[in-house]
Ligand binder design. Sequence first.
Ligand code: AMP
Length: 193
Amino acid sequence: MRIIFVGPPGVGKGTQAQRLVAHLGIPHLSTGDMLRQAMSEGTEVGRLSQSYISSGKLVPDEIVLRIMDERLTQPDCRRGYLLDGFSRTIGQATALDEFLAARGTPISAAVELKVDEEQLVERLAGRGRPDDKPEIIRERLHHYQELTSPLVNYYRGHGLLYEVDGTGSQEEVFDRLKQVLAVIASHEQQKTG
Ligand code: AMP
C-alpha cells in the first residue's frame, strides 16, 4: 500500500506513523526526518533547507522533490510505503502523481488525522524541538492552513481521502487507523482483482 499521511504539525502523525509502518511492514518516509538528516550531514540539500526549516517555512518544492524521487526509487519501496509530511503543497502532490503514474504505481489513499487547533499548540509546545517555539509553531500552523490544507481537498477530489479522529489515547487513535487501513486494503484488492 502507498499511503499519504496528512495532518497538521502536532497532531501525533509521527508517533502513529511509526506504529503503522511496524504494523504494515512498509518503510516510513518522513521528509522532515530526511531534511534534518541532510542538515546534520551537511549535504547540499541540507545546506539549502536550513534557513527554511529554522524559520518554520516550507522548503521549496524543487529541493523536497529531489530527495523524494531518489528515495521512492529505492528497492524497499516496491511493496509500498507511508509518506509522512509529504506531499505538503498542491505542487508536490501533482509532481508525485505524475512521478507515480509514469511507474504505474499510484497512491492507494490519503489518510487525514484531525484534532482541533488548541490541542495542537499544546502538544507542540510540550515536544521541545528547536522549531517548536510558540512563534515558530504559529508560523508552521499558518503555513499548514495556507498550503497544506488544500491538499485534503485535492485528495478528496480524487476519491482518495480517509478522515480519522486524532483525539483520545494513542491506542484509540491507532485502532481507528488500523480499521481505516483495512478498508483501504480491501478497496485495493478489489481494484487489482
Ligand atoms: P516535519 O518534521 O514534517 O514537521 O517537518 C519539519 C520542517 O521540515 C517543516 O517545517 C518544513 O520546513 C520542512 N519540510 C518537511 N517536509 C516538507 C515538505 N514536504 N515540503 C516542504 N518543507 C518540508
